[in-house]
Design a protein around this ligand. Structure first.
Ligand code: BG6
Length: 469
């Protein structure tokens, strides 16, 4: 089986992780420009001031993507390049940069797939309360509208937000992302609601413009499975899926929050403050949402916590995606299992979990349109005789594309696959040590680009539409 001709083979990046040029051409500062300068927050104090300088080298990078045969490039827009203060004054040079980037993609027939928010918030809005302040949502909608008006003639795929769970959980529970707040579930759930409301308003605004493109949102896709077949483990998996999947997917796809979670939040006093108008808007936007983007790296293996647990402290070290943490309500914990395979960063490698999760999604939400907007292997790539031999990455992507193919065969509606990432980039908390790209960046040699083994392999996959996968 080959992948259909309207299935997009792509790769992704995000502005803060690749662009650099943090104060060039009138860009305003962001939460991440500030946060990464706080001692101890990132691996060896790395930051995105220069990143891989995609801002100045985008032509070279897009030419390489074109050489790879990439059909689509998913990138994000840095809000502070366009609105240096988050709202109000507009920086034309920021708009020009994204127009140039989009045009450069189109020159090669690469479909631009644009994320509006991939975590870099203008600092002025961060200082005013970030996602806890409903005014941030209003400013976001203004920013989104400007992007639709400026770029929507050529961009036909918009993602409103990337991974609400990550920037809210790491921002308000783990304290590992800005604003660095720990263990505050009330704030965490409030922030997620404010994001869903902003998403809903942006979707409604987009549809008013009749641009005949599509709009959706990308979520982490980390389906939970019990560690065994016991009743407790089934319960733990159900509970985990309610809190990490349904809470995030239901408002977007069904236009309402899952009752199971709402009930518990009510009992705990963690229910977000929301108005009838906000809930109604979320309800009205759901049928206008065109697709869901899934970022799949690994499933969760969960077990029910029995008896008393010690109060938990989440730190940067234990919040980086490896299993071992109890849930915020101490109902279940994620577990590393002896019979599973893991990456160097302890993320499980499970194409089977991917297929199983996709089936679960289909069962719950029906035939929704999906894009795999991120999937990839974080590794330290070996260099042998000057060549970047990222064979584990090839194996990882091969197995996961195989899972996508299997899911399509079983009737899951998947329209594209975006590897994370197009080029090596800054990992938020792991610096440049953890690599994901098809294109290597030599930090010892003026950020020179080099094609990895996976570059040639993926080129062949695209050319043959994955026939051999
Ligand atoms: C996703 C993000 O959560 O995972 C990316 O959307 C991120 O921005 C990727 O880089 C990999 O995470 P990490 O921690 O391995 O860099």
């Amino acid at each position: 089986m080959k992948f259909a001709h309207d299935f997009l083979f792509g790769a992704a990046t995000a502005s803060y992780q690749v662009e650099g040029a943090w104060d060039q051409d009138g860009k305003g500062p962001t939460n991440w420009d500030e946060f990464t300068k706080i001692p101890g927050k990132t691996f060896e104090g790395t930051n995105g001031d220069v990143a891989v300088d995609h801002y100045n080298r985008y032509k070279e990078d897009i030419a390489l993507m074109a050489e790879m045969g990439l059909e689509s490039y998913r990138f994000s827009i840095s809000w502070a390049r366009i609105f240096p203060n988050g709202t109000g004054e507009i920086n034309q040079k920021g708009i020009d940069f994204y127009n140039n980037l989009i045009d450069e993609c189109l020159k090669y027939g690469i479909v631009p797939f644009v994320t509006l928010y991939h975590w870099d918030l203008p600092l002025a809005l961060e200082k005013e309360g970030a996602w806890l302040n409903k005014a941030t949502g209003d400013a976001y909608v203004e920013f989104a509208k400007l992007c639709f008006n400026e770029f929507g003639d050529r961009v036909k795929h918009f993602i409103t937000f990337n991974e609400t769970v990550v920037f809210c959980a790491l921002g308000y529970m783990a304290g590992a992302h800005p604003p660095g707040i720990q263990n505050d579930p009330k704030k965490y759930f409030q922030a997620t609601h404010n994001v869903f409301y902003a998403h809903a308003k942006a979707v409604i605004e987009y549809k008013k413009l009749n641009q005949f493109g599509e709009i959706g949102l990308s979520h982490v896709f980390s389906p939970a499975f019990g560690v065994d077949d016991s009743e407790e483990s089934h319960f733990a998996a159900m509970h985990a899926n309610q809190f990490s999947m349904n809470w995030f997917y239901d408002p977007i796809l069904l236009g309402k929050y899952p009752e199971y979670v709402v009930k518990q939040l009510q009992e705990e006093g963690n229910l977000p403050d929301w108005t009838d108008e906000e809930l109604q808007t979320i309800f009205e936007a759901a049928p206008l949402n065109d697709f869901m983007g899934l970022n799949y790296y690994q499933p969760q293996r969960v077990e029910k916590i029995q008896g008393d647990v010690e109060a938990r402290t989440i730190t940067r070290e234990n919040s980086t995606g490896s299993p071992g943490n109890p849930s915020y309500d101490n109902v279940y914990r994620t577990v590393k299992m002896a019979d599973k395979k893991y990456t160097k960063w302890d993320w499980e490698i499970s194409p089977e979990g991917f297929v199983g999760g996709l089936e679960m999604l289909k069962e719950h939400y029906g035939q929704i349109k999906l894009y795999i907007t991120e999937n990839g292997l974080g590794d330290e790539d070996p260099i042998i005789e000057g060549e970047v031999c990222d064979i584990p990455r090839i194996n990882f992507i091969k197995e996961h594309l195989g899972a996508v193919k299997e899911a399509v065969r079983r009737g899951v509606h998947i329209k594209g696959y975006y590897a994370w990432s197009a080029i090596d980039l800054l990992s938020w908390l792991n610096g440049y040590k953890k690599q994901y790209g098809f294109i290597y960046v030599d930090h010892q040699n003026g950020l020179a680009r080099k094609k990895k083994a996976s570059f040639h392999w993926f080129k062949d996959v695209i050319a043959t539409r994955g026939e051999d996968i």
